[in-house]
Design a protein around this ligand. Structure first.
Ligand code: FE
Ligand code: FE
Ligand code: ZN
Length: 279
């Protein structure tokens, strides 16, 4: 199966417009924010727009999209206001995603803000247990994080802890962000070794999406500043290896690099050529 390559797309204009925008730059998958990362406001539901988007996806063989929760959604918050925003946004997102059977819902595991890692992880387990409906079909992805500040998810074992404790109806996968894991101390320049560690600690079957970003900072820096592929501390060679790695073949590779939209087509084409060995 060829690599599915896409990028983060501005959500403006509705679902059908996003699909069209993704196709116009040669993407066969894409990611969008379910709502403005800074606030809770979300566009009104438009059934006709959703149907048009689904049709556009079917016609173009776009079989996976990634809906990214706002990064202000902190699923392990104890502060009542933050917790109620998290619950409301999460439930509303999941409800809308019922319309998109091919959508994966990407979530940051959150920040423990002083509770400590163990408490934070238990809050996250509770949050998923209490807010994912019994009949939810959407696969929820926990994203690997850089571990800056009180961020959870900077270590594969933390994700494993959560996966092991949620009830059976919560379908959990993992999104591996190359910049984040590198900043957390996993050297993705030896991608095979990172996948081995992932397989040991979480299980490769849980890996559903790769966020493909270079990092502005060195290994283990816990910073989370994305760079364009080949312009950061990870370097281009690693991305060629990732794009050709058998064990992740067919997974959506989503670019979240600081690349202007006008240059996306070129960036995607370059990575696609690397994946197929034509450059
Ligand atoms: Fe993210
Ligand atoms: Fe990411
Ligand atoms: Zn990031």
């Amino acid at each position: 199966m060829g690599a599915k390559i896409g990028c983060h797309i501005p959500a403006a204009g509705g679902y059908a417009a996003m699909v069209e925008r993704a196709l116009s730059i040669g993407a066969d998958t894409f990611q969008y924010f379910t709502r403005n990362p800074r606030g809770g406001a979300v566009r009104a539901y438009d059934g006709a727009d959703v149907q048009m988007a689904l049709q556009g996806m079917r016609e173009s063989n776009m079989t996976a999209i990634v809906a990214h929760a706002p990064y202000t959604l902190n699923p392990c918050a104890v502060n009542p206001r933050a917790r109620s925003f998290a619950q409301q946004a999460f439930c509303d997102d999941l409800q809308r995603l019922q319309e998109f059977p091919m959508a994966l819902y990407n979530l940051h595991p959150g920040c423990h803000v002083g509770q400590g890692i163990a408490e934070g992880l238990d809050r996250l387990v509770e949050f998923l247990r209490d807010n994912v409906p019994e009949d939810c079909q959407t696969v929820i992805l926990l994203e690997t994080m850089a571990g800056k500040g009180s961020e959870l998810g900077g270590d594969f074992s933390q994700l494993r802890y959560v996966i092991d404790r949620v009830p059976a109806h919560v379908r959990l996968g993992v999104c591996l962000d190359t910049c984040h894991v590198f900043d957390a101390g996993y050297d993705v320049r030896d991608f095979g070794a990172v996948l081995d560690a992932f397989d040991r600690e979480i299980g490769l079957a849980r890996l559903k999406v790769i966020h493909i970003n270079d990092s502005m900072n060195p290994l283990g820096s816990r910073k989370d500043r994305h760079a364009k592929l080949g312009e950061g501390e990870i370097g281009w060679a690693a991305f060629v290896t990732i794009a050709r790695e058998e064990r992740v073949a067919g997974l959506p590779l989503i670019l979240e690099t600081p690349t202007p939209f006008e240059e996306r087509a070129e960036e995607i084409a370059r990575l696609r050529a690397a994946a197929t060995g034509t450059n």
